[in-house]
Design a protein around this ligand. Structure first.
Ligand code: AMP
Ligand code: ZN
Length: 488
């Protein structure tokens, strides 16, 4: 491939040229949601960021196998094997079967991501659907000597592993430093080392979801599912692994250790992490009480919101920041994005109506290259968007008759706008989205053409009637030198 895509790799802490392991095929794994509750806007930021990355890889011509899992078992409240099972707790609370909880929130997750116009992954495996693979992996890790069993629970032996390979490689931390941050083991503890984590957890009689294993009835630890499912669908070494930054220190660090201990290979070539969505500088999360839901955002029904914002405004707001920067939520920022998005889409609509001239007096031919350069620099969507805004200035000048564009340049400009706005940024006109289809737009155009005709015939009564009634319905109609423009 001709392009030079650079990706910031968490593992090497620098931008590296992206060279896939298998020519034009790319394997990408992203940690999915834990479906015991609704996803909040912070979670959505991570999934939308990887959607932008996925879309750009497709644009470059790669055949991407994009795997995003659903965690539907085995996630305890604490990241270090303490607390209740999240699903069991919620099931008791809502008086439902754990699998009803899983179904309810999986459907909700899909609905929200489709409202945000994200593409579905190629494979969406679930933890409960891969218990056998997880048990097999735990067995191999035990055989390879990197784990031990204690009364039906199997722990990963971090200190043993660290003698052979650096456990803290992803966050560039030494074992001694990591140990400092953990509490001392007490007499009650089954673990040998403070950093050891559970691969398989013994079930209590009342545990709702449990499976038989060589170590008795139990359920998998949270981290092992991603090692097992990524290995199954992408192989023992694959190209890209992603997730939110909060997963680096524990979940992804443990994933690397498990996969290495089982397969004796470095599992991932490029580790990518999205930065956090914050509210007034505080990370958005359920526990902080600032984790509002996309639904609340659309309707404005959360104390932090002055009013509602549309899904495409929110998607645009996210694309306007680089995925590795923190993104702070505020009403002002969203209102600015709303205006920006409207300007972009108005310009895009105006572009469709431009008529070509014999020559071009504006330079638009370099737009595709500039946008590609931005995206090739670690998926820099804000810079790509800035280039599109620059091009809007030319579109407006051509529209006002101050500049001209020839047919070849106009076609390329239309294509670049379509490619970047629709295919890569995944934005769509909301008038179109809510109205449903082209037929609706054509019907309004037809009415406005009838109005033009009435005006030409000096039939002011009909012309005013069409204009006034459309205005009353919420349409904004503008007379232009070529005819008209309208929007809702
Ligand atoms: P969870 O369902 O909690 O496992 O999270 C699903 C994904 O959302 C993970 O990749 C998290 O890293 C990510 N995530 C959680 N909170 C935020 C946040 N405030 N901003 C961005 N991503 C987040
Ligand atoms: Zn994961």
């Amino acid at each position: 491939m001709e392009h030079k895509l650079y990706i910031y790799n968490t593992l090497s802490r620098k931008k590296e040229q992206f060279i896939p392991l298998h020519e034009d095929k790319v394997g990408m794994y992203v940690c999915g949601p834990t479906v015991y509750s609704d996803v909040h806007l912070g979670n959505c930021r991570t999934f939308i960021s990887f959607d932008l990355i996925y879309r750009y890889l497709l644009y470059l011509g790669y055949k991407v196998r994009y795997v995003r899992n659903i965690t539907d078992a085995g996630h305890l409240e604490g990241d270090r094997d303490e607390g209740d099972d999240k699903f069991a707790k919620k099931a008791k609370l809502e008086k439902l079967e754990p699998m009803e909880i899983v179904q309810k929130y999986t459907v909700g997750f899909h609905d929200i991501l489709s409202i945000f116009n994200t593409l579905p992954p190629s494979i969406e495996p679930t933890a409960t659907g891969h218990i056998l693979e997880q048990i097999e992996m735990v067995k191999t890790i035990l055989e390879n000597g990197y784990a031990y069993e204690k009364d039906g629970t199997v722990y990963f032996n971090v200190e043993k592993y660290n003698k052979d390979l650096p456990y803290g490689i992803l966050t560039n931390r030494k074992l001694e430093d990591l140990l400092e941050g953990t509490r001392e083991l007490g007499g009650q503890d089954e673990k040998k080392g403070r950093l050891d984590f559970a691969l398989w957890i013994k079930a209590k009689p009342e545990t709702l979801m449990q499976w038989p294993s060589p170590w008795g009835w139990g359920f998998p630890g949270w981290h092992i599912e991603c090692s097992a499912m990524s290995t199954k669908y992408l192989g023992t070494t694959f190209d890209i692994h992603g997730g939110g930054m909060d997963l680096q220190a524990t979940h992804h660090t443990n994933e690397i250790a498990q996969s290495q201990a089982c397969n004796h290979t470095t599992p991932v070539k490029y580790w990518m992490h999205t930065n956090m969505l914050t509210v007034n500088g505080v990370r958005m999360s359920k526990s902080a009480g600032n984790g509002f839901l996309p639904k609340e955002l659309f309707t404005g029904s959360h104390p932090l919101l002055e009013r509602g914002y549309s899904p495409m405004t929110v998607r645009f707001f996210m694309a306007q920041s680089h995925y590795r920067s923190t993104l702070d939520f505020s009403n002002e920022a969203l209102q600015a994005s709303e205006k920006g998005f409207e300007r972009l889409m108005d310009g895009y609509a105006r572009l469709q109506k431009l008529t070509p001239s014999a020559t071009s007096t504006v330079e638009t031919a370099g737009l595709r290259t500039k946008c590609e350069e931005a995206m090739n620099d670690d998926f820099n969507t804000p810079i790509a968007i800035a280039h599109l805004f620059d091009a809007l200035k030319s579109i407006n000048l051509i529209h006002d008759g101050k500049e001209t564009i020839n047919a070849v340049d106009l076609n390329e400009l239309k294509l670049v706008f379509k490619t970047f706005i629709e295919d890569i940024l995944g934005l769509k006109s909301e008038t179109e989205a809510s109205a449903g289809n082209e037929a609706y737009k054509k019907a309004i155009d037809l009415l406005l053409h009838m109005r033009l005709e009435a005006k030409r015939n000096k039939d002011w009564a009909t012309s005013d009637k069409i204009r006034n009634e459309l205005t009353a319905l919420g349409f904004e109609i503008k007379d232009t030198k070529d005819g008209f423009e309208w929007k809702i």
